[in-house]
Design a protein around this ligand. Structure first.
Ligand code: C2E
Ligand code: CA
Ligand code: CA
Ligand code: CA
Length: 273
């Protein structure tokens, strides 16, 4: 009977396919990882192009996996999104960001603005605003230093609900950025109807578009009073081009990779001189 069972399992496993089997394992280990607090945040600076000073950080999630080492979000965020695990994971991200902001503040660094990425599933849950308010209160963080980054597709999927939540977040005083602009298909003009503060232009858009196109996007965004952040700036040539187009803020390896929370004070010092 034992061999029969083994054979049956092999058959099942082959039919299931390695991919699905792997996904189930991954889902399970994400679940365990959440309960064991294996996820943490790295921070990448946003730099003012005129002054070359750091104006805030984007929080980017990492996974300290017990056997694989540090795992990047590309490997777990998609599965977390399809399984709904992004809800507890996203809550941890907000919580960790606020707790870190409190620690930096206690260390005498002032209130350093931090932007947290929010997925569609989180955005459309009833908990987002509640979770944010709870984390801000728990760590005594002023709402004005917390930002959320939402992708344009998320906002466009259900415009009416999106606008309701955006207005709620704004009423609290949270700053809202549209992430990855230029990676989707919506026009800037249609996004302008929403209550957002900032537009982050996608790295691929920066790298693949002509200077004239980038100039047009920046000037249109500005005419709507949106702050403009260029993502994925890797070279001084890109930096100079964007500065010349009056883009306000840049982020990318040219300035710094995402760093650990412990490295943030040194990074601030390096940019303050
Ligand atoms: P994103 O929000 O567009 O974040 C920017 C990504 O570009 C980050 O990748 C960052 O490390 C990388 N990057 C920054 N500067 C450069 C550059 O100059 N060149 C290049 N080639 N890449 C650069 P990362 O950390 O692997 O994150 C990937 C994506 O995972 C993020 O894209 C975001 O969509 C998602 N993500 C990360 N953390 C979270 C989170 O806490 N919650 C949610 N929902 N999503 C997250
Ligand atoms: Ca982002
Ligand atoms: Ca982005
Ligand atoms: Ca992205």
């Amino acid at each position: 009977a034992k061999t029969e069972q083994k054979g049956a399992y092999r058959f099942f496993s082959a039919r299931l396919g390695n991919e699905l089997a792997d996904r189930l394992t991954l889902e399970q280990s994400i679940r365990v990882g959440i309960s064991r607090h294996e996820f943490f945040l790295n921070y990448q600076p946003k730099v003012d192009l005129q002054t070359e000073k750091i104006v805030g950080f984007e929080a980017l999630m990492r996974w300290r996996h017990p056997s694989k080492g540090i795992v990047l979000p590309g490997e777990f965020i998609p599965v977390a999104e399809t399984t709904g695990l992004i809800l507890p994971l996203g809550r941890q991200a907000i919580e960790m960001a606020c707790s870190q902001m409190q620690r930096w503040h206690q260390a005498g660094l002032g209130w350093i603005p931090v932007a947290v990425n929010v997925s569609a599933r989180q955005f459309n849950s009833d908990h987002l605003v509640k979770d944010i308010l709870a984390a801000l209160a728990k760590y005594g963080v002023p709402s004005s230093v917390l930002e959320v980054e939402l992708t344009e597709s998320l906002v466009m999927d259900d415009p009416v609900i999106a606008e309701t939540i955006l207005l709620e977040l704004r009423a609290i005083g949270i700053k809202i950025s549209i992430d990855d602009f230029g990676a989707g298909h919506s026009s800037l003009a249609s996004l302008m109807h929403y209550s957002v503060d900032c537009l982050k232009i996608d790295r691929a858009f920066i790298q693949n578009s002509s200077t004239e196109i980038i100039r047009a996007v920046i000037s249109l965004a500005k005419s709507f009073d949106l702050q403009v952040v260029a993502e994925g700036v890797e070279t001084s040539t890109q930096r100079d081009m964007l500065k010349g187009l009056s883009c306000e803020i840049a982020q990318g390896y040219f300035y710094s990779m995402p760093v650990t929370a412990e490295e943030v004070p040194d990074l601030l010092l390096k940019f303050s001189g």
